[in-house]
Design a protein around this ligand. Structure first.
Ligand SMILES: Cc1cc2nc3c(=O)[nH]c(=O)nc-3n(C[C@H](O)[C@H](O)[C@H](O)COP(=O)(O)OP(=O)(O)OC[C@H]3O[C@@H](n4cnc5c(N)ncnc54)[C@H](O)[C@@H]3O)c2cc1C
Length: 293
């Protein structure tokens, strides 16, 4: 491993100054569960590591009724899924965060690191995409906000410019009569990368009509993405078996999967179809509406 310098700033401003000075040759360190492995394998060799876990802004987790959830980029997965407000209002975040690796990994790994690593398979990405989350980014020119849909730009690549870091993720308050669920498929019931992952959020209106639906996919395209046509098909319709079947097929059509050792492209499309339907039925179950699954 190449020699590197280590800094543990106490403010976002300090962190930005350190990153800017390194001219693109620095990396943030949150839990280190991705970064340290990548450095050991020689896939990344930054000259400076900026440890972000001592910056209070990045370790906050609070909920304000009007604004929603503010989730610091460095907060570990286990802190998130154990939080009573997250458990009550955002079950889809609980689903996703409790699937990231083992308990040991969840105690270190942050959602910020999961998103900034830019893996198409990142388990928390579909949950936050389906929740219409916004990323708050700080850099040499100040802070900016961008919808999470614009955050992923390619495998291992995000919209973060050199010198920028992710400060927090803002999740809007959940609408009345809404539910969310994330499911992934892995070949064996142990730590592995998802072959396909689907996160769905549903908002029900009167008489079981779908007011809004958001469906997001992981591991089936170069970036985690939303299945917009599947969502459109559900809006304004009763969430019955036919609508759910159609949404599953449209979500599968939105994939641009590769074939690899974990599964063929066709297999991944099939999984997305099945997982989409299952997450939608799980949402209905949460809302107390009976549905098949
Ligand atoms: C055994 C094992 C099992 C795993 N299982 C899963 C799994 O089931 N699902 C899954 O999705 N992932 C899994 N992972 C991958 C990893 O644990 C997650 O991606 C984790 O959430 C990364 O978070 P971290 O805090 O450790 O990030 P780090 O490793 O610290 O950082 C990851 C990347 O993001 C950058 N970064 C971190 N924070 C910021 C920030 N605030 N601003 C800008 N850049 C930042 C870093 O520079 C680095 O490039 C697993 C890893 C291991 C080792």
């Amino acid at each position: 491993m190449r020699e590197f310098e280590y800094a543990a700033p106490r403010t976002v401003k300090e962190a930005v100054a350190l990153l800017a000075r390194a001219n693109g040759d620095a990396r943030c360190l949150a839990g280190g569960t991705d970064l340290i492995a990548q450095m050991k394998e020689g896939r990344r060799s930054p000259s400076l590591i900026v440890d972000i876990k001592r910056i209070p802004d990045l370790m906050r987790l609070d909920y304000v009724e009007r604004r929603g959830l503010r989730l610091g980029a460095g907060v570990p997965c286990s802190t998130i899924y154990e939080h009573p407000v997250v458990r009550e209002k955002y079950p889809i975040i609980v689903d996703a965060c409790s699937l990231v690796g083992s308990l040991q990994i969840q105690n270190r790994a942050s959602v910020g690191g999961n998103l900034c690593n830019g893996a198409p398979s990142a388990d928390t990405a579909p949950a936050f995409l389906a929740l219409n989350a916004t990323a708050v980014v700080a850099g040499p020119r100040g802070r900016r906000q961008l919808p999470l849909t614009e955050f992923f730009v390619g495998p291992g690549k995000t919209a973060l410019a050199p010198g920028e870091l992710l400060v927090e993720i803002i999740v809007p308050p959940p609408p009345a009569r809404s539910a969310g669920n994330y499911l992934r498929f892995i070949p064996r019931n142990e730590m592995d990368i998802a072959v396909a992952g689907v996160g769905s959020v549903v908002v029900l209106g009167a008489k079981g009509v779908c007011k809004d639906a958001r469906i997001a996919l992981a591991s089936v395209a170069p970036v985690p993405l939303r299945a917009h046509e599947a969502e459109e098909r559900l809006r304004g319709r009763p969430l019955d078996a036919e609508a759910i079947r159609e949404a599953g097929a449209l979500a599968a059509a939105a994939c641009k999967p590769i074939s690899d050792v974990r599964g063929s492209a066709d297999y991944r499309r099939h999984l997305v179809n099945v997982l989409t339907q299952r997450t939608l039925y799980a949402c209905l179950k949460q809302l107390g509406v009976t549905g098949e699954s």
